[in-house]
Design a protein around this ligand. Structure first.
Ligand SMILES: [Zn+2]
Length: 376
């Protein structure tokens, strides 16, 4: 298989060089394909126009991390609050936290006293549309490519009753997972397929996700009128929605998990696990920024994601593949698209990580560079 792919790649290179008569024109076409787009959604501010570095304004508004309670709880070994105070991290998203305990209340109160927002970034569709309704209402769930209703992931966004249930349960999320920055995240089920029923088959995964998100935000706003909700561009929803428009308050969260983590995002030809090239990723980002406002758009990255580098095996921790030059180049690329909000997984960087590899100075490098970044 590999040999066939290599042969095909060689033929592709050959074809390009044989059919290109004017290399300058070809290069221009290539650059045009991946340059940032100029069209912005109605009512969207241009982040560059509102930015005033002379007044001391910071380019990056959000400098976040996402990890589990076990990563942050052993503070004698690694104290994320101290790191945040020192380096400018201003948002924590912590999963598997001990809800309703004094320990959690005390921790979040300390975060807030130190200007650190608390939010909850999680896959939640399986909770919003409980799978155990399948027995009575298979029509709530997605149809697979063979025409069978299955409840393995997500649901049927064309089913009005399913949407009602999701809207209703979103109110519970709004109450139980109240964020301090009014940002909410109810991502689709991780790596789940979408609905292929006759009504949904022409809706892309991103259009289907947005259909769910447009009712989730209605539920959230019943309990918090200032709620905003992420549209996660990730896995099968990387490409922009084309048929469904976002309700007010939906913001873009671009999370290229399957990118090549060892080449900069500006390396157009690089491609990761899903086969998309970085050029295609940046085209998708630009397309998404035609649909969602630029000023609230956010990137979720994996530069510090020990869980990813350890292949999600916590018993065999691998050191984060931190590359300062790659990181800085990526930040400049994202900033060139108008991105002013960045967060990053630091999952598995906890006490055991420190014991094995020492203090993770890469977290300081990440936050300090974003904190001090001045956009030219
Ligand atoms: Zn459907």
């Amino acid at each position: 298989m590999r040999r066939v792919l290599e042969t095909l790649a060689a033929i592709a290179v050959l074809a390009t060089s044989c059919t290109t008569k004017d290399e300058t024109l070809a290069r221009q076409g290539w650059e045009d394909m991946f340059k940032p787009v100029e069209i912005v959604p109605e009512d969207s501010e241009d982040p560059d126009e509102s930015y005033d570095p002379q007044s001391g304004e910071k380019w990056f508004k959000m400098i976040g991390i996402i990890c589990s309670w076990t990563d942050v709880a052993r503070r004698a070994k690694l104290d994320y609050v101290d790191i945040a105070k020192r380096t400018g991290i201003n948002t924590f998203s912590i999963y598997n936290f001990p809800m309703d305990t004094d320990e959690w209340k005390s921790y979040t109160a300390e975060c807030q006293r130190n200007g650190i927002d608390i939010e909850y970034e999680e896959h939640m569709l399986g909770w919003l549309l409980p799978r155990d309704l399948y027995g009575e209402h298979p029509e709530y769930y997605r149809m697979d490519k063979n025409g069978n209703r299955v409840n393995d992931a997500n649901g049927c966004p064309s089913n009005k009753e399913a949407l009602e249930i999701i809207r209703d349960r979103a109110k519970v999320i709004g109450e139980r997972y109240r964020s301090t920055n009014n940002k909410y995240y109810c991502w689709l089920d991780d790596t789940g397929d979408v609905c292929h029923c006759p009504e949904c088959k022409d809706l892309s995964p991103a259009d289907q996700a947005l259909t769910f998100e447009n009712v989730i935000i209605e539920g959230l706003r019943e309990v918090n009128p200032d709620a905003t909700l992420a549209h996660l561009a990730y896995y099968n929803t990387v490409e922009a929605p084309t048929k469904v428009k976002p309700a007010e308050g939906i913001f873009l969260e671009f999370a290229p998990i399957d990118r090549d983590h060892y080449h900069t995002m500006s390396t157009s030809w690089a491609s990761g696990k899903d086969g998309r090239t970085h050029g295609q990723y940046l085209k998708a980002l630009a397309d998404n920024l035609k649909v969602f406002p630029k000023e609230t758009a956010q990137v979720l990255e994996y530069w510090l994601d020990c869980s990813l580098f350890s292949d999600w095996d916590e018993s065999n921790l691998k050191e984060v593949a931190w590359n300062q030059a790659l990181f800085e180049d990526d930040v400049k690329t994202y900033a060139s698209y108008g991105i002013r909000n960045i967060t990053c997984y630091t999952a598995y960087i906890g006490a055991a990580y420190v014991a094995k590899f020492g203090y993770p100075s890469c977290i300081d490098s990440y936050a300090e560079y974003l904190r001090d970044y001045v956009k030219e």
